[in-house]
Design a protein around this ligand. Structure first.
Ligand code: UDP
Length: 451
C-alpha cells in the first residue's frame, strides 16, 4: 500500500521458484518488507504450483507463462523442470513486466528473485532494473557450490564411495556423503544448474534466510566471494507477520485439536517435507518404528511420499489397530502451528532448511533423516555442529524406535533438548530490536530505497 504523500510508489517484484520450500520464504520476505516499509509488492508466478492468491490480498500477482507440459509437471526430474522454466519463462516474464510498467506508468524499484529461477536476473539486466538474488537455503549450502570446480580440479569428482566418510578438504565440517550433490544418474546436470544459480550476474545484493549466530563461518566465506552487500534476514517466518496459508496442499487443522489432548512435550511430529520421497519398504519400517516407540505421534503422509502411490494405502495391516488414538496420520500439516504447540516434544524431519529453521525457532529437538540435496548439509549442522538433533540414516524399525526413545526419554535426549532451547533463544534474540536480523531487514529496506 503506498503511503499518502509518497512521491511515487516503490514497486518490488518478487520472483519465487515454484516449490513449497521456496514459495514460503519468498512470500514471507514480501510480508516482512511490507511490515517495515511502504513497498508495493507484486509476486510473479508460473502456472505450475502456485498458492491460492485470495489468501494474500496484500500482494499483486503477475502471471508468467511457463510452457510446461503435463508430463513435465508430474516428472520428478527437477533439473530438467528448472532448466525448462529458466528458458520458457524468460520471454513471458519480460513481456508481462513491460506491460506492468506501461499500465502503471511507473518503474519497478527492484526485482528480488530466487537464485534457482535466474531467468529473472537475465530479464532485469536487459530491462536495466536493479535486482537482488535470494537464496532460500543455508549459507553453508550456498557456499558449497562454489567449491565444486576446485573439487573437480583436485580429482574428487566423480565422488567415490570409498571416500564417503572422509572430511571434504577445506569444507569443514562436511564429509563427502554430506555434500548436496553427491552422485546419482544425471548429477552433473544438476550441478551445472546449481553452479549457474550461484552466479549473481547483475544482482546488487545477496539475501539469505539465515541468522548470523548460526552460520558465522560460511557467511564470512561467502562475503569474501561476492562483491555485494549481504543481508541475513532469517528466520523470515518469525520476522514476517503471520501469513495466511501458502500451502499447495490443504492443511489439516483438526490435528491441533488432537494435539491439545496430548501431554506437554510428549508428541513426535514426523514430516519429510514437500518433495522427498521414500520407497514402500521404508514407509513400512517408519510405520513399525512409530508403532513400537510408545510415544504419541503426528505423521504427515502426503500424496507422493511414496512415488506413484497413495502412501496411506500402503501402511501395514494391523498398524492402525495397534497404534489407536496414540497416532494421527494426516496429508498436510499447518507445520508452524504444530511445531509451536506445547505437546510437540520432537520433530523427525528430512531437514529441509525451512523445517530446520521452524524447529529451531520453537526449540524442538530433531531426529534428522536427510533424503537428498541440501538436507544432508543441514542434517550435518543440526547433529554435528549445533548438536540439536540426532542423525538417523537407517530406515529400519529397530533403529527408528531407538532414536525416538533416545531423544524423547533418555538423559542424552534431555541434553539435546536443552541445547535446542538455548539455540532458540539465540536465534529469537536476532529478530528483536538491535538483533542482527532485525538490523539487516531495516538496512535492506534503506538499501532498496536508495536504488
Ligand atoms: N510444510 C507444511 N506442512 C507439512 C509439511 C511441510 O506446511 O505438512 C511446510 C513447512 O512448514 C516448510 C515447507 O513446507 O515451510 C517445507 O520446506 P522445507 O525447506 O522444510 O522442505 P522441502 O519441502 O523444500 O523439502
Amino acid at each position: 500500500m503506498a503511503m499518502a504523500g509518497d512521491r511515487r510508489r516503490r514497486l518490488l517484484v518478487l520472483v519465487p521458484c515454484p516449490y513449497q520450500g521456496h514459495l514460503n520464504p519468498m512470500l514471507q520476505l514480501g510480508a516482512a518488507l511490507q511490515l517495515t516499509s511502504s513497498f508495493s509488492v507484486t509476486v510473479a508466478h508460473t502456472e505450475f504450483h502456485f498458492p491460492n492468491q485470495s489468501n494474500h490480498p496484500q500482494f499483486d500477482f503477475l502471471p508468467t507463462a511457463d510452457g510446461l507440459s503435463d508430463a513435465d509437471k508430474s516428472s520428478r526430474d527437477f533439473t530438467s523442470l528448472l532448466s525448462k522454466l529458466n528458458v520458457n519463462c524468460k520471454i513471458s516474464f519480460q513481456e508481462s513486466l513491460t506491460r506492468l510498467r506501461e499500465q502503471h506508468k511507473e518503474e519497478v524499484t527492484c526485482i528480488i528473485y530466487d537464485a534457482l529461477v535466474y531467468f529473472a536476473e537475465e530479464v532485469a539486466r536487459e530491462l536495466k532494473i536493479p535486482c537482488v538474488i535470494f537464496r532460500t537455503c543455508s549459507a553453508a549450502n550456498t557456499s558449497i557450490y562454489n567449491e565444486y570446480p576446485r573439487l573437480r580440479e583436485e580429482g574428487f569428482i566423480p565422488l567415490q564411495d570409498s571416500k564417503a566418510l572422509e572430511l571434504v578438504p577445506r569444507v569443514h565440517p562436511l564429509r563427502f556423503k554430506d555434500l548436496p550433490v553427491y552422485k546419482f544418474e544425471g548429477y552433473e546436470k544438476l550441478l551445472q544448474l546449481l553452479e549457474r544459480s550461484n552466479q549473481i550476474g547483475s544482482s546488487v545484493a545477496f539475501l539469505l534466510n539465515t541468522i548470523e549466530c548460526l552460520e558465522q563461518s560460511p557467511l564470512m566465506k561467502l562475503r569474501g566471494e561476492y562483491p555485494v552487500p549481504f543481508f541475513t534476514i532469517g528466520p523470515l517466518h518469525k520476522i514476517a507477520p503471520p501469513l495466511s496459508s501458502s500451502s499447495l496442499i490443504e492443511e489439516d487443522q483438526s490435528c491441533i485439536t488432537w494435539l491439545n489432548k496430548q501431554a506437554k512435550n510428549s508428541t513426535l511430529y514426523v514430516s519429510l517435507g514437500s518433495v522427498a520421497s521414500i520407497d514402500e519398504k521404508e514407509l513400512v519400517e517408519m510405520a513399525w518404528g512409530l508403532a513400537n516407540c510408545e510415544q504419541p505421534f503426528l505423521w504427515v503422509v502426503r500424496p507422493g511420499l511414496v512415488h506413484g502411490s497413495d502412501a496411506i494405502n500402503l501402511l501395514p495391516d494391523g498398524f492402525a489397530e495397534i497404534v489407536g488414538e496414540r497416532g494421527r496420520i494426516i496429508k498436510w500439516a499447518p507445520q508452524q502451528l504444530v511445531l509451536a504447540h506445547e505437546s510437540v516434544g520432537a520433530f523427525w524431519s528430512h531437514c529441509g532448511w525451512n523445517s530446520s529453521l521452524e524447529s529451531i525457532s520453537e526449540g524442538v529437538p530433531m531426529i534428522c533423516t536427510p533424503c537428498f540435496g541440501d538436507q544432508r548439509v543441514n542434517a550435518r549442522y543440526l547433529s554435528h555442529v549445533w548438536k540439536v538433533g540426532l542423525l538417523l540414516e537407517d530406515m529400519e524399525r529397530g533403529e527408528i524406535e531407538r532414536a525416538i526413545k533416545k531423544l524423547m526419554t533418555s538423559e542424552e535426549g534431555e541434553i539435546v533438548r536443552q541445547r535446542m532451547t538455548d539455540l532458540k533463544h539465540e536465534v529469537m534474540h536476532s529478530i528483536k530490536e538491535g538483533g542482527s536480523s532485525y538490523n539487516f531487514v531495516h538496512e535492506l529496506v534503506k538499501y532498496i530505497n536508495s536504488l
